[in-house]
Design a protein around this ligand. Structure first.
Ligand code: FES
Length: 98
């Protein structure tokens, strides 16, 4: 399987539409699970409104959409610690093959 970068930035959209979809809780969930070499930052609109909460992992350029608070631990475990994308959470528009 593809090995992803180990030093990352997680951008959690906090703009209007994502906020209405619960983005503040997603940011909180990430902040409660800190990972070495991973920075979590609130971001402005990521240009994908309506599919939120949107989460973008850099430099991997992996997008997650409609993220639920209870899914954050899996994302942290599998992607941020394990280096593997969480296929079932990927944003279909940018990851059509998963
Ligand atoms: S408000 Fe989050 S992508 Fe636009």
């Amino acid at each position: 399987m593809e090995q992803l970068s180990s030093s990352r930035c997680v951008r959690v959209c906090q703009n209007r539409t994502c906020k209405k979809q619960g983005a503040a809780l997603i940011l909180k969930a990430f902040q409660s699970l800190p990972v070495l070499n991973v920075t979590v930052t609130p971001s402005g609109c990521l240009g994908q409104c309506g599919n939120g909460p949107m989460v973008l992992v850099l430099p991997d350029r992996v997008w997650y959409s409609g993220v639920l608070p209870q899914e954050v631990p899996l994302l942290v475990e599998q992607h941020l610690l394990g280096g593997q994308k969480v296929k079932q959470m990927l944003y279909y528009r940018f990851h059509p093959q998963g």
